[in-house]
Design a protein around this ligand. Sequence first.
Ligand code: IFM
Length: 486
Amino acid sequence: MTTSSTASPALSFDYRDEGLVFGPDFVFGSATASYQIEGAFNADGRGPSIWDTFSKTPGKVWNGDTGDVACDHYHRLEEDLDLMQKLGLEAYRFSISWSRIQPTGRGPVNETGMAFYERLVDGLIARGIKPLATLYHWDLPQALEDEGGWTSRDTAYAFADYARLMGERLGNRIAGWITLNEPWCSAYLGYGSGAHAPGRTNDVEALTAVHHLNLAHGLAVKELRAVVSADAEIAVTLNLHVFRPEGETGPEALRRVDGLANRLFLEPMLNGTYPADVLADTAGITAWSFIHDGDTQLICQPLDFLGINYYSTNRVRIWDGKGERTNADGHKPAPGTAWPGAGMVEFLPQPGPYTEMGWNIDPAGLEDLLVSVHERWPDLPLMVTENGAAFADEVVTGADGAPAVHDVERTDYLHRHFAAAHRAMQRGVDLRGYQVWSLMDNFEWGYGYSKRFGIVRVDYDTLERTPKDSALWYSRLIAERVLRAG
Ligand code: IFM
């Protein structure tokens, strides 16, 4: 897997192309996730998830923020649906809170929780917006974590049951199903570095979680296929990492981290095998005996598209043991490591500019990534299921006296990444659509409410929504299908 091009012919351009045309079938949308926006953490029978527990554990989340209220989307559904329609979204990617449906992760449906998603999906369809549903965006029911979470094989089977149940109830209305969002984060940040819920820091557990998440994906695809409409698409979303190797040791560093971050998911899911070199690299940590006979065949299910989340790039080499070591992997601070068995890899600071997350802005990385995945799996359609940027927005009073946010940097970021996606399509990539992260400002995990990714501003005191200039720019792009500067 070469998500790792050193240089692409595109690097000399600034990606501020204008006039690029997107065809009528390209699906413009926006994305959110349940814990990040819904709030209503204990309403109508919802059970606790690992993020409820983690966010309420002192010191885990910036400022002690939690998702208890978040954007209160649960109670403001109609207003948010109207907003999506006003912006002209063609698709909306949301995630389902497992513990709203099955409060303990198993057992009968909590009908009030299900009714919320039925209202959401029906409301989207009534407004001509395609529902794209993610089954798992990190909010594991706490009861399942208490039984071992993703280190337990049973969790994969419980997930498959939940997937079937959702397929039975919504399978005739969802245009696209996404089993998992970014299993890399669930496994390595949840069980390795401890930056995310459940906050464990154990290399063996992180690698075990990788396999059980892969297995959960495969089992869920099988269950969904059995019950959803024939025209519903089924996919998974991966946050594939783009690594740029630095110096002589760069290629070896790249092989190691590309193996952990990308190939450990892509290869079982798309080829039905685990990468032998990664199993060998990590043999000192685990013998991988949790992979049972037949698992890789189960994991490898035909997919209708692959969802790719992209934000920035990494520069890597093997640490030479001299001087001060940098560790700019973009997922710090954390008590443990997100890179089991790859402690010798040094993440070098990237040249700027940066977003408010400290992540470098590199649209060429998106073009490189889409092209490299396409070259490896030419028949697999792709969709950008997340891309966007956090900036410190300022609210001003607009000409009409109403609040306004002139988020020039976010608009420019989106413009350049849409240009990169367009160029990838010109190079043959079958890219089906693009879901901007995020529809609205929300709970940014360990960073709480300190980082704003929304194209719509949320005032966390009044919960008022204000479309930022980036939202107005996006609305125009969707209407005209021609890329222009902000
Ligand atoms: O907010 C997250 C989202 O939940 C998953 N992908 C990355 C986003 C920005 O960090």
